[in-house]
Ligand binder design. Structure first.
Ligand code: PFF
Length: 444
């Protein structure tokens, strides 16, 4: 049976969708928090190096496997590993798929918090202050309402397919996100106290650079930020015409993701110092008073202190966060959906419905047993799942895959020096570098 696969229709649509997957809570929350806690500009510097040396090649490898095989992540890894062990490929594909579900289970909860915080200023504006208070306060009830809303929003876009759903919505949301982010930066940088934050962020404290913890945090952050390791980027790569000059696309996606993380730092770190200027407690002994506090306590308090303008700033900020989260959940939802459609012959609608129900059950389990499950799942995904799968992609592209692996074939023929260097970099250097960092992370 051959049916025509849905696909991205334009290169820019593909870039916006993949950048949409990459740009998410990790950029706007994770990156600035880590930078604020790890020497500001020094973290930025290390982050850039790790991104170039490891995360970009991992993103390339993941997308390349999808692009060359034109299959869902399970089928793609199975095909790529066929000459050695299709069983190993299938196992790895399913392992990635499980990672996608786990990642969706916690990400949808946090995204739900963003949505409820985006509605709070509206309630405030209409003088529903008890509703606004409810929306801003963490509670079981709020999780039970907003997590499903977010899962449904994701499903509504996935139902429509790659071109009409993912490509179209990413092309709308990403430019809007960019404009909102720039607007917020311009506003915050004019507030008293902002320049101190700017200085902390842009003037690196190089005494931190030898700290191995910094390198490890930066790698985890870079992998999460580029959505490497659950198959989301692989499945996007598979919806792009085969061999469509992937290298350039991967560079553009990485550049956009890094640019937004950098810009988020320009917003959040100065905002922290503005909050401090307004008498709010932000740092304790030079360390942020709590990661969760940053987004859900310090910033809302800062917006409140700004009066009427704060209502607009809060609305724009949390809408931006919700949009960033939405374009990120699309790619990981597409992983199991594409698997069910292509390997289990399900219709797209039933597959989307089935996956959404599974994600809902998983996230409601996390909500019910929040402590300790929530933290455990995040640690599992970030510390183990993503680096292990990243390493596996390098090994597939470098070693396990023979037939259909154009990169290694061209390198063997010695067609161009650039390709030879790149192929051997992925084959030898990346697995070793990644293993060294991984061993340090896992057995710290
Ligand atoms: N890259 C997203 C972020 O930075 O928030 C997180 C993510 C999305 C990870 C999609 C993995 C994924 F498949």
């Amino acid at each position: 049976m051959t049916t025509v696969r849905d696909s991205f229709h334009t290169r820019i649509g593909f870039i916006l969708a993949a950048a949409g997957s990459a740009i998410g809570l990790g950029n706007i929350w994770g990156f600035p928090t880590q930078a604020a806690n790890n020497g500001g500009g020094a973290f930025l510097f290390i982050y850039l190096i790790v991104t170039l040396l490891l995360a970009l090649p991992a993103l390339y490898s993941e997308m390349y496997i999808g692009n060359q095989t034109q299959k869902n992540p399970v089928g793609a890894l199975q095909e790529a590993c066929a000459s050695k062990s299709a069983g190993l490929g299938k196992f790895a594909g399913l392992f990635g798929l499980m990672g996608a579900i786990l990642m969706l289970s916690f990400y949808s909860i946090v995204a739900g918090w963003m949505l409820s915080h985006a509605l709070a200023p509206i309630a405030e504006f209409f003088d529903f202050s008890s509703a606004s208070q409810w929306l801003e306060t963490s509670s079981l009830g709020r999780n039970i309402v907003f997590t499903p809303i977010f899962i449904v929003l994701t499903a509504l876009i996935i139902f429509r397919g790659i071109h009409k759903g993912i490509e179209r919505w990413s092309s709308r949301l990403m430019p809007a996100l960019f404009v909102m982010l720039i607007g917020l930066i311009i506003y915050i940088l004019q507030q008293p106290g902002a320049s101190e934050g700017l200085e902390m962020y842009l003037v690196p404290d190089f005494s931190q650079i030898t700290n191995p913890k910094l390198i490890i945090s930066a790698m985890g952050q870079a992998f999460f930020s580029l959505s490497i390791g659950v198959g989301g980027m692989m499945v996007y790569g598979s919806y792009l015409k085969k061999g469509d000059n992937l290298g350039k696309l991967v560079v553009s996606i990485t550049a956009l993701d890094t640019l937004i993380a950098f810009l988020a730092g320009l917003l959040i770190i100065p905002a922290l110092f503005v909050a401090q200027h307004n008498g709010l407690k932000v740092f304790d002994n030079g360390v942020l008073i709590g990661e969760g506090q940053l987004i859900f306590n310090i910033l809302p308090n800062l917006f409140d202190a700004m009066g009427d303008v704060g209502i607009i700033v809060g609305l724009v900020f949390f809408s931006l966060m919700s949009m960033a989260a939405l374009t990120s959940t699309l790619s990981s939802t597409e992983v199991p959906v594409s698997y069910l459609v292509e390997e289990k012959n399900m219709s797209r609608n039933s597959a989307t419905l089935g996956v959404s129900v599974v994600v809902l059950i998983a996230s409601m389990t996390l909500v019910a047993f929040f402590d300790p499950l929530f933290g455990m799942i995040i640690t599992w995904v970030n510390t183990f799942q993503l680096p292990i799968m990243g390493l596996f992609y390098f090994i597939v592209v470098g070693w396990l895959w023979s037939r259909g692996n154009r990169l290694q074939q061209e390198a063997k023929r010695g067609d161009s020096l650039w390709i030879t260097v790149w192929a051997n970099y992925i084959r030898f250097v990346c697995p070793i570098l990644l293993s060294i960092v991984f061993i340090n992370v896992a057995f710290r």
